[in-house]
Design a binder for this molecule. Structure first.
Ligand SMILES: NC(=O)c1ccc[n+]([C@@H]2O[C@H](COP(=O)([O-])OP(=O)(O)OC[C@H]3O[C@@H](n4cnc5c(N)ncnc54)[C@H](OP(=O)(O)O)[C@@H]3O)[C@@H](O)[C@H]2O)c1
Length: 239
């Protein structure tokens, strides 16, 4: 019997690497992207693995989420990974030059997106064997860490803190269905491609290391872990 994972924002970065590693492990992968036509690397990967299905999904659009949940009616999902997110530009979120009109897009994408995904996909995850929902958040949303020294970034940081709170609530609400919710920090991951050595800051890791760690954390999850905030290496993170 197949084990199935659904990944949002799967066309590049961390989401793409989740698809690559799960496909390599023989999982059935529902790889979602808001513009599948622009995801050349994802399409090439799906040609190598017939276990990868690409689906269109914009997490900032409720109708898009409902439409995918309806298209996948009756499809069990073992692990749902809310990965899609936006980081934005430093300038728009720096004190003194804040572009207030951008805030709603952050909240829609980074907070309401994962919440709506969990709500819409409860039936699919309940029908799965593993029953896990994962949200990729950030240490930048933690009050207890120093955001990795990241200045400004008001919208990104506050949306990730809100995402953490939302997922804590979801954990409480879906426990009755035996669903585990995990709030995962991927570390500082280089998703920008080639970086010259002088521009690499300490602690930056490559996607394969971060995602391999997160997959191990996800594999080990039990209902006792629900609602916890954990780093890719498995260490608990302060809220
Ligand atoms: N990289 C890091 O160091 C780091 C650290 C902490 C947390 N994270 C979190 O990890 C997740 C992935 O980050 P990343 O570094 O891989 O980012 P990335 O390279 O910028 O990729 C972001 C992905 O999210 C997708 N996305 C954005 N808005 C979307 C929407 N409305 N609907 C569907 N997909 C959407 C993007 O699609 P398009 O290609 O269409 O734009 C892209 O596939 C994010 O939630 C991020 O906050 C990353």
């Amino acid at each position: 019997m197949h084990t199935t994972v659904l990944v949002t924002g799967a066309n590049r970065g961390i989401g793409f690497e989740f698809v690559r590693q799960y496909a390599q492990q023989g999982w059935q992968v529902i790889a979602t992207a808001r513009n599948p036509d622009h995801g050349e690397a994802l399409r090439a990967l799906a040609e190598e693995h017939d276990t990868i299905n690409i689906e269109k999904l914009d997490v900032a659009n409720d109708q898009s989420i409902d439409a995918l949940a309806a298209r996948l009616t009756g499809q069990p999902i073992d692990v749902l990974i809310n990965n899609a997110g936006i980081f934005g530009e430093f300038e728009d979120q720096a004190f003194g030059s804040i572009d207030f009109a951008r805030f709603d897009t952050f909240m829609r994408t980074n907070v309401l997106g994962p919440l709506k995904m969990c709500e819409a996909f409860v039936p699919h995850v309940r029908a799965g064997r593993l029953k896990k929902m994962v949200s990729i958040t950030s240490q930048a949303g933690s009050f207890g860490l120093d955001s990795g020294g990241l200045p400004g970034m008001y919208f990104y940081k506050s949306s990730k803190a809100a995402q953490n709170m939302v997922m804590r609530n979801v954990a409480h609400d879906v426990k009755v269905h035996g669903i585990v919710v995990c709030i995962l920090s991927p570390g500082m991951v280089n998703t920008a491609g080639e970086i010259p050595p002088e521009r690499r800051f300490p602690g930056l890791i490559e996607p394969p290391e971060s995602i391999a760690g997160m997959i191990e954390v996800i594999d080990r999850l039990t209902l006792d872990d629900t609602g916890k905030f954990v780093r890719y290496s498995g260490e608990p993170q302060p809220w």
